[in-house]
Design a protein around this ligand. Structure first.
Ligand code: NAP
Ligand code: GDD
Length: 347
């Protein structure tokens, strides 16, 4: 029997890579999409199938983590074997501007989904496996280096506090109701599909635009922050592996290496034979009221139990993002040379 997966956050970076992985493994994939006034499906457009095709394995449903009835309706229709909860207001800086909304989506939204999954399990008698997108951000003001699954949390943002609640709700549904539920504690993972307001993509986008004369300055905040950056394509494989185990458990996913924002800047600009110091200026708007200074994960458990290992490390990841953004910048350059105005990304 073909397995059925339901993904919340399917239009996001991870949702797109996970969809590709599951389709390659012959799943039927369903995704929850929020209605917006513009199309938000750019990252998954290449997976779209006309519903009149003979064998459609990729489906989208309108819904929202904040609307429990939509989640129940979708789960009832889709009858999933696996549910991946990737939806979130995932920007840490933004969570200081919108703390209540962030908590509602990240914490209460997860609770809505857990309730809907459990009720469906009870009424249908079918087992559902549940993945929760937990985050290294929960370690916050880190109490040990490197962090592992036993390191205590010390969240430093509304986003991280909400993720801690969702993490414990997931464990509680496992222990209270026997739900096959796993937390993946994923460290920062990036790709050419990364949102343009996260620091790595902001840097690769700006560096390539600077190289082609489309931009002259890049404004950034704290360059001393250190992160353990991996490739999103590698990390979605770990999500899938967690749900294929005989028993549910929580796993930390990281490369084990950490670099500063300054290191990433140096690597990115060097790919283009540029010196970032000639273009980068400080803007206090990008500082956070409370910062996470250093994240570095020890993924030994994932290596031993799941057989998972990262394949792409920061320098190759940075090069991959620069190459993809250079293609984008070249298209913009062509438009500008033909007399068209292009939107300058900010944030
Ligand atoms: P992302 O690119 O920001 O995608 C977030 C997704 O959530 C988008 O599809 C978004 O839809 C959707 N969403 C937001 N609010 C929603 C709501 N109320 N109802 C339904 N969908 C909603 O994030 P990502 O980088 O792919 O990360 C995936 C998950 O992993 C997130 O939960 C994130 O917090 C977590 N995480 C990420 C990292 C990382 O480094 N990337 C690390 C650890 C954990 P729209 O397209 O409509 O906005
Ligand atoms: N976004 C951004 N923009 N960050 C900047 C900037 C800037 O202009 N300048 C410096 N930084 C620093 C931030 O202060 C932070 O220390 C670091 O760069 C990384 O910021 P982000 O790329 O925004 O990611 P994040 O680490 O805050 O959060 C991401 O990773 C988490 C996992 O640890 C997000 O993907 C979260 O959703 C995820 O949970």
């Amino acid at each position: 029997m073909r397995k059925v997966a339901l993904i919340t956050g399917i239009t996001g970076q991870d949702g797109s890579y996970l969809s590709e992985l599951l389709l390659e493994r012959d799943y039927e994939v369903h995704g929850v999409v929020r209605r917006a006034s513009v199309f938000t499906t750019e990252r998954i457009d290449h997976l779209y199938q006309d519903r009149h095709e003979p064998e459609v394995r990729f489906h989208l449903h309108y819904g929202d983590l904040l609307e429990p009835t939509s989640l129940r309706r979708i789960i009832g229709e889709v009858q999933p074997d696996e549910v991946y909860n990737l939806a979130a207001q995932s920007h840490v800086r933004t969570s200081f501007e919108q703390p209540v909304y962030t908590a509602q989506v990240v914490a209460i939204g997860t609770l809505h989904l857990l309730e809907a999954v459990c009720d469906y399990q009870r009424s249908s008698g079918r087992q559902v496996r549940f993945y929760q997108a937990s985050s290294s951000e929960m370690y916050g003001k880190v109490l040990e280096i490197p962090q592992n699954e036993l390191t205590p949390f010390y969240p430093r943002s509304p986003y991280a506090c909400a993720k801690v609640q969702a993490y414990w709700q997931t464990i509680n549904y496992r222990e209270a109701y026997g739900l096959f539920a796993c937390n993946g504690i994923l460290f920062n993972h990036e790709s050419p599909r990364r949102g343009e307001t996260f620091v790595t993509r902001k840097i690769t986008r700006a560096a390539t635009r600077i190289k082609l004369g489309l931009q002259d300055t890049l404004y950034l905040g704290n360059l001393d922050a250190r992160r353990d950056w991996g490739f999103a394509g590698d990390y979605v494989e770990a999500m899938w592996l967690m749900l294929q185990q005989p028993e549910p458990a929580d796993f930390l996913i990281a490369t084990g290496r950490c670099h500063s924002v300054r290191d990433f800047l140096t690597t990115a600009f060097r790919c283009l034979d540029l010196n970032w110091r000639d273009y980068v200026k400080f803007d206090a708007r990008y500082l956070r009221p409370t910062e996470v200074d250093l994240l570095q994960g020890d993924a030994s458990k994932a290596r031993e139990v799941l057989g998972w290992e990262p394949k792409v490390m920061m320098p190759e990841l940075c090069r991959m993002m620069i190459d993809a953004d250079m293609s984008l910048a070249q298209r913009e350059r062509t438009l500008v040379d033909a007399g068209h105005a292009v939107l300058v990304p900010s944030a």
